[in-house]
Design a protein around this ligand. Sequence first.
Ligand SMILES: [Fe+2]
Length: 180
Amino acid sequence: MRAYYFDNIRGDQRLPHDYVPSRPVSKETLDKLNVKFWIIPVEGYETKVDAVAAERGYKHRDVINVSKEAMGEIYEKKIKTFFEEHMHEDEEIRYILAGSGFFDVREASTDEWIRLAVEPGDLLVIPAGIYHRFTLDEANTIKALRLFQDEPKWIPYNRSEETDFNRHRIEYLKAIGVGA
Ligand SMILES: [Fe+2]
């Protein structure tokens, strides 16, 4: 997984949007945002993913395929929804099995976007309460394992004044030591 600041230049969301020169983001910076990731080779991934899942209490999982072929008519609409800036009241955990894409996460202290370019083998944990969004890249396809604790609470709450006061948002900011 490669992490860098998003250049904010208008245009196709599927392009890399890397500054020239690039502004890489370190693992330490991601740690401070409570964004966690592991690299687990896809070949024989089951045991290692099972271990992380057991350690973190993710009891359930399913597989999501995001591509025009897999999604059909809802594809365009879904792609737009995924790219709306939002938060969840639960962690969003994804293990990339095939394809690639971009998760953008907001750095709370600067309000800048950090782009996470994911590829097969990346296991990513996006914490509850962080503002984020997702897009495919120009290859237009990704297959990911979604892990979750109990009932998935993946309702996206689009960023608004209301979400700024969401309990999970406030707890997140407290956890990373930003704001109040
Ligand atoms: Fe999300």
